[in-house]
Unconditional design. Structure first.
Length: 117
């Protein structure tokens, strides 16, 4: 039983249903990509900023990040960038975002994690 503002609420167990994305696997083409969160229960780690998926058919790991989501990450985390990077973002936002996407692609490519388009 869990307490709440009104008294006691009964805890209910439900079966986990994986979160799926409506895209095809970039390796095998199967429409079976499921959200992957690799955080141990009770861990104090935060959920990864870039959503990762795993194909239930072939096991390929993938990631998906939209332009809008990346722009929100940059906007919410400006303190993470150097003064030079902030200046570049201010001068030419499109070029800055394209460069950032290239860095992200390289990082994931080194780990054989493919981008979902």
């Amino acid at each position: 039983m869990l307490p709440d503002a009104e008294g006691v609420v009964e805890a209910v167990n439900v079966d986990y249903v994986p979160v799926k994305i409506n895209r095809k696997c970039p390796s095998c083409g199967a429409p079976s990509l499921e959200r992957r969160v690799s955080i141990a229960e009770g861990s104090k780690e935060i959920v990864p900023a870039v959503p990762r998926y795993k194909c239930a058919s072939c096991g390929q790991e993938c990631y998906h990040i939209s332009d809008e989501y990346l722009a929100d990450l940059v906007s919410d985390g400006k303190e993470l960038f150097s003064d030079a990077e902030k200046e570049q973002l201010k001068k030419n936002p499109e070029e800055f975002m394209n460069e950032l996407k290239e860095y992200i692609s390289r990082i994931f490519a080194m780990k054989n994690i493919k981008r979902i388009i």
